[in-house]
Write a protein that binds this ligand. Structure first.
Ligand code: F0G
Length: 350
């Protein structure tokens, strides 16, 4: 088919596929790398946004899911399962539908955004709300995958990481080299692991001259890696990263330490402030969890710990339309007017 073929075809030689692998794709990847003028001004750096909400189901999960579902199909699986704070379930449901597979999803009851729930349901997933948090859902999904004929497609599945590492490839391909710093939100810590793997692979074969420092940011009420201990009852408005015991904890620490980076906490207030700044000043509508990368960047800059002049990429992981609640609650209620130009003009202050 014409145009961008999806990330497996685009990076075939760097992924664990063969000529006979039955590729399942929605032509994910090739997402925009948008220069961020206001963030660049505020930090004195050259800041870009990797807009992962532009993927087919509206999040970076599609990069991992094209690989995970492709490999599950290749291995003859008929059903897949995942635990999710919402985006993984939306993506798994879509790619499983594309592959003609059954998809089961376990989500924390009452703690996933409406848009994500809608996506899982419309693509035909079998969805259970679990009376517990994400960590409970993941433990349950992992157990089911051991005891029943169903493949786990959470990021503990290495094929997910393989797919997600391609975001780093795209960034280097566009910028001509790795950035100085890469910022991203951290939840279960699969994505920071994947980016770090991608950057390392490009540096190892000379496609990039270096690797960036990896800056990860957790929500303050769900910051086990920052605190150095499991959070039993994680709490944040950024439901996508409401995780108290990340599966890839050790790998996130390795990404931080090997890259000379940092993993810090950002408050919900800072996340919402970055969320509004992104929408108003950069015109990029993201979901709250995605704004953690930008909140973190601004926090480091405000602390005077960011050397000016650096090239920085912030991944914004998910589309704002998935979780519009915070966009609406933070804005004045719309006024209703008659079909009357003078009345409309008066209300608009024209
Ligand atoms: N941003 C968004 C929008 C997410 O949905 C997630 C994770 C993250 C960031 C964090 O990425 O887990 O690789 O560190 N969402 C998972 C899910 C947990 O179930 O959709 P991570």
């Amino acid at each position: 088919s014409p145009g961008w073929p999806g990330l497996i075809e685009a990076y075939r030689s760097r992924l664990p596929v063969s000529d006979t692998t039955p590729v399942v794709t929605l032509q994910e990847g090739a997402t925009p790398l948008v220069p961020a003028r206001e963030l660049s001004r505020r930090t004195g750096c050259e800041v870009y946004l990797k807009v992962e909400g532009a993927n087919p189901t509206g999040s970076f999960k599609d990069r991992g899911m094209t690989m995970a579902i492709t490999k599950a199909l290749e291995e003859g699986a008929q059903a897949v399962i995942c635990a999710s704070t919402g985006n993984t379930s939306a993506s798994a449901a879509a790619y499983a539908a594309r592959a003609g597979m059954t998809c089961a999803v376990l989500v924390p009851q009452g703690k996933i955004a409406m848009g994500k729930l809608a996506q899982a349901l419309v693509h035909g997933a079998k969805l259970l709300q679990v009376d517990g948090n994400f960590d409970d859902c993941l433990a349950l999904a992992s157990k089911l995958a051991i005891d029943y004929p169903v493949s786990l497609v959470n990021s503990v599945n290495q094929f997910r990481i393989e797919g997600q590492k391609t975001a780093s490839f795209e960034i280097v391909d566009v910028l001509g080299d790795a950035p100085d710093v890469h910022c991203l939100p951290v939840g279960n810590a699969g994505n920071i692991t994947a980016y770090w793997q991608g950057y390392r692979e490009y540096a190892a074969d000379g496609t990039a001259s270096r690797t960036p420092r990896m800056f990860g940011f957790q929500a303050a009420g769900a910051a086990p890696i920052v605190n150095g201990q499991v959070v039993e009852n994680p709490s944040t408005i950024a439901t996508a990263i409401r995780i108290g015991n990340p599966a890839s904890w050790t790998k996130a620490l390795a990404a931080r330490d090997e890259s000379g980076g940092r993993i810090d906490a950002v408050t919900d207030r800072a996340i919402l402030s970055a969320y509004r700044l992104l929408a108003r000043s950069e015109a990029v509508f993201v979901e709250p969890a995605s704004a953690a990368s930008v909140a973190g960047l601004l926090q480091v800059a405000d602390a005077g710990e960011l050397e000016p002049g650096q090239r920085i990429v912030c991944t914004v992981t998910g589309n704002g339309l998935k979780d519009p609640e915070w966009a609406i609650s933070g804005a004045p209620a719309p006024v209703t007017v008659a079909v009357d130009a003078a009345a409309a003009a008066a209300q608009l202050g024209l």
